[in-house]
Write a protein that binds this ligand. Structure first.
Ligand SMILES: Cc1cc2nc3c(=O)[nH]c(=O)nc-3n(C[C@H](O)[C@H](O)[C@H](O)COP(=O)(O)OP(=O)(O)OC[C@H]3O[C@@H](n4cnc5c(N)ncnc54)[C@H](O)[C@@H]3O)c2cc1C
Length: 315
């Protein structure tokens, strides 16, 4: 429930207990439900202010400053604080460039052609792509309104690079599903994961690798895709190559299709126009690290570099 009382309870349980496992925990689709702060719906809907969160964070830090020796909380709280700053950065970015809701932040990339096949869009939205981890994520999202950062990045990369669905096309369906929809963060991330900012690394996530790295026992996949429960993790990992009884065959070949889309994206990146507009984007939205930016008094370890904004783990 998204109300003021649950917001404060969520913040308190995070800062007192759950947050110790934040670093590392947020990359796992299983553990992020408890290791992450889970404050995103509250921050998005305004049931708590980011100022209150910063205040409580500072209070907790002061308590830890009295304890000598290594403490896993320190790293976790630093990583958490960075994300609160990223949030402000992205919200501010949309305030300053409202046109990015409809066109790429880097206009050269508006020329990319997407097929926008409506059947593929439906298969993706409903979690029927034939890729177990993608299907589990989309069904989990539909049911709970939540998914961790890494899985969000992976499903968007799959849609844009693999299915050739435009970031604009998937924006509405995702916004309706996320309980924490926050346009500033969401639109920036869609464009970054689609590889069209010109200033971020282009990363295409392999669902097989993500499964092996973050759900090797198949716990998450089996929870959300019951038709795979009788299969072994190895069969699930390579579902693309082995036909699994009772489960949809893959609707696309991710390797082939993402190669095609990467070529389209890199063609713009290499073009004269692409290089010029990327410079402009960097000027306007790039990192101001080391240029006399004002820092919060108690801030530590903040990194707002462009690479950091792209990642889900502390840089
Ligand atoms: C494609 C895509 C779409 C996303 N859409 C949204 C969205 O609509 N709303 C939203 O709140 N987050 C969005 N995120 C960022 C992130 O995935 C979620 O904020 C996070 O998973 C929420 O879980 P949490 O509250 O436990 O976050 P924590 O990890 O505990 O982080 C604390 C807070 O910091 C902010 N935050 C966390 N990660 C980021 C980030 N990478 N960039 C900016 N701010 C961040 C959120 O407000 C979050 O509640 C998106 C990420 C991707 C890749």
């Amino acid at each position: 429930m998204v109300n003021e009382r649950t917001a404060w309870d969520t913040l308190s349980s995070f800062l007192q207990e759950r947050g110790v496992a934040y670093s590392g925990g947020i990359s796992s689709p299983n553990r992020a439900f408890t290791s992450g702060s889970r404050l995103s719906p509250h921050l998005a809907w305004g049931t708590i202010s980011s100022g209150s969160v910063f205040e409580e964070l500072d209070r907790r830090r002061e308590e830890f400053s009295l304890i000598k020796g290594p403490n896993p909380w320190r790293r976790s709280l630093r990583a958490f604080e960075s994300r609160l700053h990223w949030r402000d950065h992205f919200v501010q970015r949309l305030e300053g460039s409202p046109q990015m809701e409809f066109s790429a932040i880097n206009p050269a990339y508006d020329a990319i052609e997407y097929e926008d096949d409506s059947e593929l869009l439906t298969a993706w939205t409903e979690g029927r792509t034939g890729y177990p981890l993608i299907d589990a994520c989309m069904r989990c999202l539909g049911e709970t309104g939540f998914m961790n950062f890494r899985m969000r990045a992976m499903v968007v990369s799959f849609a844009c690079f693999g299915m050739h669905l435009s970031w604009r096309t998937i924006h509405g369906p995702l916004a309706r599903m996320f309980l924490d929809y926050e346009p500033g963060i969401h639109i920036s991330q869609l464009q970054m994961q689609a590889g069209i900012t010109g200033i971020n690394a282009i990363r295409v996530y392999s669902p097989t690798k993500q499964f092996l790295d973050h759900d090797p026992e198949g716990t998450f996949v089996k929870k959300w895709v019951p038709e795979l429960r009788q299969h072994t993790p190895a069969e699930i990992a390579y579902a693309e190559e082995v036909r699994l009884a009772g489960y949809n065959p893959p609707v696309i070949c991710i390797k082939e299709r993402s190669k095609q889309m990467k070529e389209r994206v890199y063609a713009i990146r290499r073009s004269v126009k692409g290089k010029k507009t990327s410079q402009e984007v960097l000027q306007k939205h790039g990192s101001r690290k080391g240029t006399g930016r004002v820092k919060r008094k108690k801030s530590t370890g903040l990194s707002t570099g462009q690479l950091a904004l792209f990642k889900d783990s502390s840089p």
